[in-house]
Design a protein around this ligand. Structure first.
Ligand SMILES: Cc1cc2nc3c(=O)[nH]c(=O)nc-3n(C[C@H](O)[C@H](O)[C@H](O)COP(=O)(O)OP(=O)(O)OC[C@H]3O[C@@H](n4cnc5c(N)ncnc54)[C@H](O)[C@@H]3O)c2cc1C
Ligand code: FES
Length: 373
């Protein structure tokens, strides 16, 4: 591992065990292979890169461990590139590059004694929630903590016994499994059950992790029906890496899709290079296609890896950043006045000649000093 990679938050890890947790999930244990371990807070996520360059995001299922180990819960998709390698076992995974932490979905200090903390998960979305809840209960946080976990059937509740034991031990903790395929015709998901069980969520803190469809439906439903303020909702949407695939610009031109030239200056260069991209989708997608930005969270405004700087004239020509974009930019170390997230810039042919200055992908530093590494 090079010094530069370490400075950029890349750590070397070794896969030491893969165990199955039901038919569709594997638990992957990683241990630091170098001198440093990655520092994170329960609820944040990391990226894991295989030796063939496949890069995927995963959310550790425990809080920071003293020996730096990472426990990841991996949903196994048929034909999935990461899934396939995990199925082959720890040895096939070998050494991995792990980077992070990313994401701001962590237990907020202001909610240490929140009236209600509602945590919604689908599938392996339970991993970061398990990390947050276990840390919170051990630290005596929260008056009423409710985990709603949606899975297709009872067999998929691979952490059932662990959560049931926590429920017996901590009076303030409640575990509500939601099985979507057990009752024919019942189309209620975690967000519907949580919404029905609470008249108002105006003073609650709500977390949603897992399927993008659940995350967006929960934000809408709980906001509209239960008065949940947007500032008290945080989420990690487990979007697929190919969620919004874009063809290369050459193919787009052939297919009649408009293209445009973006002039890109890399962090280590004084010169810009013209990059021809298709003029639909976002700037992040276009630059990710040509491997100029990572776009780890697929545009969910949680990773910051698509941050770039614009010249003043271009900055002023674009629509202003929304509050959520501005909030993430403020949280990123070293963010400047003309920085934007490329995932929030919609491309169109009028942006012909757009100039951007790439930044080193920043890591979110959420008080890293207080963690044991
Ligand atoms: C912030 C963040 C955190 C994440 N944390 C976790 C985690 O803790 N655990 C975990 O299991 N995953 C997590 N993911 C998703 C993970 O990064 C991968 O996208 C997923 O595991 C699939 O990788 P793969 O290489 O096996 O499949 P791919 O090769 O990426 O895809 C194979 C096939 O499966 C489909 N597919 C992939 N992902 C999904 C999906 N989410 N829903 C439906 N179809 C899909 C693809 O469309 C494709 O057809 C997270 C994603 C993000 C953005
Ligand atoms: S892709 Fe993650 S913030 Fe833009």
């Amino acid at each position: 591992m090079h010094a530069l990679e370490q400075a950029l938050g890349v750590h070397s890890y070794r896969a030491v065990a893969v165990t199955r947790a039901g038919a569709r999930v594997a638990v992957l244990q990683l241990e630091p292979a170098g001198q440093t371990a990655l520092c994170y807070r329960a609820g944040q996520y990391v990226t894991v890169e295989l030796n063939d360059g496949t890069l995927r995001a995963y959310s550790p299922a425990t809080g920071m461990q003293a020996d730096g180990r990472l426990e990841l819960h991996v949903q196994l998709y048929t034909g999935g590139r990461f899934s396939q390698r995990v199925k082959q076992g720890a040895q096939a995974l070998g050494l991995l590059k792990v980077r992070g932490p990313f994401g701001q979905c962590v237990w907020p200090d202001s909610f240490d004694q929140a009236e209600q903390a509602i945590l919604l998960a689908t599938g392996t979305g339970i991993a970061p929630i398990r990390a947050m809840v276990t840390d919170a209960l051990t630290a005596g946080k929260g008056k009423d903590i409710r985990v709603y976990w949606g899975v297709p059937s009872r067999d998929d509740l691979y952490l059932h016994d662990e959560f049931a034991a926590l429920e017996r031990r901590y009076l303030q903790f409640h575990f509500i499994p939601v099985l979507s395929r057990e009752i024919p015709g019942d189309k209620r998901y975690v967000q519907h059950i949580a919404s029905a069980q609470h008249t108002s969520l105006a003073h609650a803190w709500v977390v949603a992790c897992g399927k993008p469809a659940m995350v967006s439906a929960a934000a809408k439903l709980l906001g509209e029906r239960n008065g949940l303020p947007a500032s008290q909702f945080c989420a990690d949407s487990f979007s697929a890496s190919d969620a919004l695939p874009l063809a290369a610009a050459g193919a787009s031109k052939a297919a009649g899709i408009p293209t445009l030239t973006v002039n890109v200056t890399r962090p280590d260069s004084q010169f810009s290079e013209p990059v021809r991209v298709r003029a639909d989708g976002t700037l992040m997608q276009a630059l990710r296609d040509v491997q100029l930005v990572e776009g780890v969270c697929n545009g969910q405004q949680s990773c910051g890896t698509c941050r770039l700087t614009l010249p003043k004239t271009w900055f002023e020509a674009l629509p202003q950043a929304t509050r959520s974009e501005a909030r993430l930019l403020r949280a990123l170390p070293g963010a400047g006045a003309h920085d934007r997230l490329a995932c929030q810039i919609a491309l169109s042919p009028d942006l012909e000649g757009l100039q951007v200055l790439l930044t080193e992908s920043p890591r979110l530093t959420l008080g890293t000093g207080e963690y044991p590494c």
